[in-house]
Design a protein around this ligand. Structure first.
Ligand code: NDP
Ligand code: OXD
Length: 321
């Protein structure tokens, strides 16, 4: 009996998302299954049982009538959720230690950068100014994590371990040692009122689009040595109202922002974020997906699925994440 093929559909445009690179890795871990790189005009769509994808265009998966599982090669599935013709089969997202550790590094790096006044210190070095400012302790700041899922919960624990006060916000209620957890629309204001540095690790869904707006920034706590609160967004660009961020930075509602994601990616050359003195910008690489780890993760899941075991990290299509 045919084992069916695995179709790879990767649009990324960066070195890490080179389709050939992923093909080599998948060939390695799917030894007795054909791995096909799409688009492939010679391909018989009926042969494809599994698809491993990154940012497929709407409609690109509709032709595969025998598809059994779609594997998204990253954690965020917003691009797939936007495809009204996505085949109705389980959609699996990435949740692996490798990706989580990378995101924890990004969050810790950026929280520490603002906490340890790095922008001021780098500028002091540039102008040869010996003018130390008092460095307060970590427990002088409350870090608020929006999204207490795989990535948010790990970042929250790491920050707690460094001595920060940490609060978190999610859709459903949570209990995490040492972290004050809020949830739902009813818990949002209380969460924001405690928060000095807001870290966003939410998925982009109908409920969260443009959640990072002026109303939210105005509710953040100014009662800390930082003065004005700081925003760190590594979730998705669609979570943020970019005009509101710029106004908030310019009028002091926000003191600074670290941004990894944008409404339009790559970030257009004329975006004011590039040169804004209070923006620390990275090009959506807070947590890269590692082709070695993720191809193994997908192969493991296919093995489990074919043995009749449940798939891990299946997306709830109603919730959108
Ligand atoms: P999870 O699905 O594990 O966690 C999502 C969290 O968000 C959950 O705690 C969930 O609540 C919460 N949430 C979702 N909707 C709402 C809502 N309406 N109100 C309040 N809370 C909500 O996702 P991950 O942690 O794995 O990933 C989060 C996001 O990070 C991804 O979707 C992706 O967009 C982004 N990402 C960015 C990367 C980068 O390099 N910049 C890399 C990888 C991911 P509950 O727990 O109650 O369900
Ligand atoms: C992801 C990402 O969602 O890399 O995994 O953004």
């Amino acid at each position: 009996m045919s084992k069916g093929a695995l179709a790879l559909l990767v649009h990324g445009g960066t070195e890490n998302w080179s389709p050939q690179r992923w093909k080599v890795r998948f060939d390695d871990v799917c030894r007795d299954r054909r791995v096909l790189l799409l688009p492939d005009p010679a391909l018989d769509p009926a042969e494809v049982y599994y698809a491993a994808v990154w940012k497929p265009k709407p409609g690109e998966l509709a032709a595969f009538g025998n598809l059994r599982v779609i594997f998204n090669l990253g954690a965020g599935v917003d691009a797939l959720m936007a495809d009204g013709s996505l085949p109705d089969v389980p959609l699996v997202r990435v949740a692996v230690d490798d990706l989580t550790e990378r995101m924890t590094e990004y969050v810790v790096l950026h929280v520490l950068m603002h906490h340890r006044q790095e922008p001021y210190l780098r500028e002091s070095q540039r102008v040869r100014r010996w003018a130390p400012r008092y460095q307060w302790a970590a427990n002088a700041l409350t870090i608020g994590i929006m999204g207490l899922g795989t990535l948010g919960a790990a970042a929250a624990r790491a920050l707690r371990g460094l001595g920060f006060r940490v609060v978190g916000w999610s859709r459903s209620g949570k209990r995490i040692d040492g972290i004050t957890c809020f949830h739902g629309a009813a818990g949002l204001d209380a969460f924001l009122r405690e928060t000095n540095i807001l870290v966003c690790l939410l998925p982009l869904t109908q409920d969260t689009r443009h959640i990072l707006d002026r109303d939210v920034f105005l509710k953040l706590s100014r009662a800390s040595p930082l003065g004005a609160p700081v925003l760190i967004n590594a979730g998705r660009g669609g979570l943020q109202n970019e005009v509101d961020i710029l106004h908030a930075l310019d009028d002091g509602t926000l003191g600074a922002a670290s941004l990894d994601v944008y409404e339009t990616e790559p970030l257009p050359e004329d975006s004011p974020f590039w040169s804004h003195p209070r923006v620390v910008l990275t090009p959506h690489n807070a947590a890269d997906t590692d082709a070695d780890e993720i191809s193994k993760y997908v192969a493991r899941q296919i093995g489990r699925f074919e043995a009749g075991e449940p798939l891990d990290n299946v997306v709830d299509r109603e919730r959108g994440y």
